[in-house]
Each structure stands twice: as C-alpha cells, then as structure tokens.
Ligand binder design. Sequence first.
Ligand code: F6R
Length: 366
Amino acid sequence: EKGGYEHFMLKEIYEQPRSILDSMRGRLVAESSHLMMSGVREYENKLANADRIIIVACGTSWHAGLVAEYLIEDLARIPVEVEYASEFRYRNPIITEKDIVIAISQSGETADTLAAIELAKSKGATIFGICNVVGSSIARATDAGAYTHAGPEIGVASTKAFTAQVTVLTLIAMILGSKRGTLETTKLHQLMAELESIPAKVEKALELNDQIVKISELFKDATNFLYLGRGYNFPVALEGALKLKEISYIHAEGYPAAEMKHGPIALIDEQMPVVVIATKDSSYEKIVSNVQEVKARKGKVIAIVTEGDKTIPSMADYVIEIPETSEHLMPLLSVIPLQLLSYHIAVMRGCNVDQPRNLAKSVTVE
Ligand code: F6R
C-alpha cells in the first residue's frame, strides 16, 4: 500500500501535486475566474464582515495557520490572530459572537484544538473547520468548513496535509479578498492562474530529490540545525525545523531571519548548518543580509532560492533552486525540499520515519 515507496512519508511527499490539485479542484475555475467553495458560501458574508479571525491549531497545522495569517491580512485586510489551541483555551481569551474562529486539523481529533473550539462556541463565536479526516470530531463540532482533500495521511510527520491546508486557506483568503474588494480582479486572476500552475511546479520541486540526497549525506551527523525565513517563508522555516526534529531527532530551530541577531546568532560557528529559505520576494534583499551575517560567522548555508537567482548562490555553500511563483503561494513550493531533506536525513540515521518515537498520529490527550 506504500505504492512502491519505502515509506508512507515519501509516498505522501510525492502525492502532493495530486493532493494540492484535489484540494482546489472544483473550487477554482481559473478560465471563468470563479471561486466556489460550498462550505464557505453560506458563511461568506459573515466571514467577509468579521472584525477579526482567530485561527486555532497545533503543530504543523498551526504553521499552516501562520501562512493563512499572512494571506488573509494581505489579501482580505482582516486582522488575524493565530493561536496554539492549548494556550488559547487556558488563558481566558476574549471571544465574542462577532468573532470567527478557524480551526485547522488534519486528523480532526486533536484534543486541545477540539477544546478550543468548544470554548469559542460557548462564547458565541462562529467556528469554521479545515479538516482532512471526513466526519472527524472537529469536523462535526464546527458550524461550517472545508475539507482538505489530501487523502489519508499515514506517516506521522505531516506533509501533504500541510500543503492541502495552505491551498484551502489560500482559496479562502482569495474569496474574502475579492468579496471585500481588497483584492483587485486582475490580481485575483493572476493568483488563480498561478495557483493552477502550482501542482506542476511541485512536480518540478520533487525532481530535486537526488540533489537533496547528496546534501543529506553531508549533514546527517549534525547535532543542530537552524532554519531561517522571512515573510511567507517564516512559517516554512518553523515547519522545516519541526519536520527535522520529529523524524531525525536532530535538534532544530526555526526563526524569522531577522530575529537571528537577537540571540540565535550566538550559536553559529563552522559546525552549524543553517537552512535559509531565500526565494525572490518582497523580503529578498533583507534575507541576503541575513545570509551574509551567517557566512561572516562561518555557518554552513543551505539556501532554498528561486530558479535563476545569482546573488544568494554566490554566497551560500549549497543551493536548492525551486520554481518561481507569487510570494503568496511560495510556501507550497519552498516546503517541499525541506520535507525531502528531513526524510533523507532520518532514513540515513536509521530512524523509524513513519512512526517516530514518542509521537502519535492523532494527539487525543491534552
Ligand atoms: C507534525 C505533526 C503534528 C500535527 C499536530 C496537529 O508533523 O504531525 O505537529 O500537525 O499534532 O495535528 P492535527 O492537524 O491532526 O490536529
């Protein structure tokens, strides 16, 4: 049932061109510039008129929530707060009937996320769910929602569920932006066309596999890793670090690149691998400086760059080129090499990739 792959995780990484497509199919019709989401339609006005949106989730789903914060604030101009479900529920949060809560969960069974929903519901908020497992507890507890059509995810490390979540959240941000008039029609059409081209670009990113195997060989014995990104790639840095630590047991931290100088820079020496997600976007010039700061301290830079970039490759030790896309959609591409990197390093270290120690696929305990 692993379809010829050695592990479910690898199979699921390779399924992403299809799972992303399935998560937008029927919801995005670029030629006629239509966005259709049955789960959203009923609540479209309520969502579009919200004073703020609160996103609750855990782990990788929380990272998808962070991407959504950037998307919804930028495209739809609605304030968004992204909360760890476990912190939100225990800190006496301010919630009113005017609030919209979006809960994100692959399994739909995460205890803290479910409890956060129940709390928000008791205060009268409207709850919207983004779940992968049909009929799951969270899907049933929400007022409305949209499923990610990623298909069953068996590997404990979440991969295709993350990109499916980001795809659905992107569609929601686009719908809200066009409804509120904050996203111009031409821009909407551009983004739609770009989103349609994402599955083929993910396919291209997967062709980097052999190159990533080689890089993994060089770093498999590292004891620490730093992941840096800015803007839309900041949540990707967090996700890359989480993937590495959970399956390879290498200590890794993700940081917004600009925060490096406020502490983590002290860790950098010639032993420290630093994965920098430095694609061509609005923070590119800034991240060039961050790469210089790492190199000045002799850190080993593994850079994820946009195809054709010349500046970062002249500074980095290893370069992974991914296709160009709008910065709004970049996490869907930039996360792919990081998933592969963590996978190969874990395999080389002899770790149980699909069932890492101490972890369960659904965290139904609080
Ligand atoms: C990471 C991972 C976990 C889950 C988290 C939330 O690879 O799998 O961090 O993302 O436990 O799970 P769901 O999305 O099922 O609520």
